[in-house]
Ligand binder design. Structure first.
Ligand SMILES: Cc1cc2nc3c(=O)[nH]c(=O)nc-3n(C[C@H](O)[C@H](O)[C@H](O)COP(=O)(O)O)c2cc1C
Length: 135
């Protein structure tokens, strides 16, 4: 249907960024970023909640990949959803827009990546659920 249920608000105003930084435990990441993108699902455009949320997630992933390509750092912020009404109020959004995430974009940290991934044997099965996948 190509209904493109996502909506994006690009925030670069310092005062607004600081207000949004108070909506999450990750205050430092948000306050330290020169720009944010708030990503919403437009519930009036949405026709299948599961598929539309998947689509919005894909759009977020694509933006993060583009950040990487451009030499920028991007952080997907989900914890801020705990205060999504406050975010909507700061950004003057109608209630049909449901906050899905905020991405903080800036210079990438020079720090080594420390995150790990579960082994495939824990998350991939061979042919049927429960059958061991050999890596
Ligand atoms: C749905 C989702 C929500 C996330 N929310 C936060 C968040 O609120 N704060 C944060 O610092 N990182 C957040 N992240 C980033 C994850 O912490 C990060 O992707 C994970 O630790 C793995 O690190 P890596 O992507 O650098 O390998 C989120 C990631 C996803 C996919």
């Amino acid at each position: 249907m190509n209904n493109q249920p996502w909506r994006f608000i690009v925030v670069q105003n310092r005062e607004t960024i600081l207000q949004l930084s108070e909506c999450t435990h990750y205050t430092g990441i948000v306050a330290g970023a020169p720009r944010l993108i708030a990503i919403f699902l437009d519930n009036e455009t949405s026709y299948n909640r599961t598929k539309d949320i998947e689509a919005v997630g894909a759009s977020i992933q694509n933006m993060l990949l583009s950040c990487c390509e451009l030499g920028l750092g991007g952080v997907w912020l989900g914890e801020i959803l705990n205060q999504k009404d406050k975010v909507n109020s700061i950004l003057e959004c109608p209630s049909k827009l449901e906050l899905m995430a905020v991405i903080a974009i800036g210079e990438p940290s020079p720090k080594e990546r420390t995150s790990t991934r579960k082994p495939l044997s824990e998350i991939v099965y061979n042919e049927k659920y429960g059958q061991k996948w050999e890596e």
